[in-house]
Ligand binder design. Sequence first.
Ligand code: E4P
Length: 217
Amino acid sequence: MQIFIDSADLAEIKEAVALGVVDGCTTNPSLLAKAGRKIETVIPEICEIVDGPVSAEVTATDYEGIVKEGRVLAKLHKNVVVKIPLIEAGIRAVKTFSQEGIKTNVTLCFSATQGLLAAKAGATYISPFIGRIDDVAGEGIQLIEQLVTIYANYGFKTNVLAASIRHPVHVVQCATVGSHCATLPLSVIRQLLKHPLTDIGLEKFLADNKKASEKAK
Ligand code: E4P
């Protein structure tokens, strides 16, 4: 499963990339606002740090506006993936971009029917928001499983990019059902590494090593 960093904060992105496990990056208008950055300046900077797809989201909601804005974003860097909301105008724009060879990430996906249409339009990635589904007492992971199955059934090339990931269990669930990618906040990437038995075990090994060296003197 590919791991993306879900952030527009350069320090966070650098920290995640330094681990050597990051395949791409996703941003959205809320993450840009949190980082206090403008899309046209931060996306090229992220592309210098991340060697992989970097999603940049349009804010237009009409077809012409999405296409115009998406074409500008796509020119920022060869690795830019234009992120488009799952609305009627967005699906039309995805089709246009797929004909132009511009990669797309269809965002705000909350149902398998939405994901099916995004794939038919030629989306490169679909972003189902599993944490937000769980927030309203749904089972977000079921949507990931449905989309992985539907895409495999019909040979769609669209990649399932699980989003709105809140904790390590989401990551394990996504990997178990075969999600192609998952985008994680840095806090979750850090949590993936952590296990108290590793810390306890290491402490003991280091203490024993010290004792053994002292004995051998
Ligand atoms: C990524 O593509 C999404 O924008 C992001 O994962 C949403 O996460 P949130 O539900 O925690 O805001």
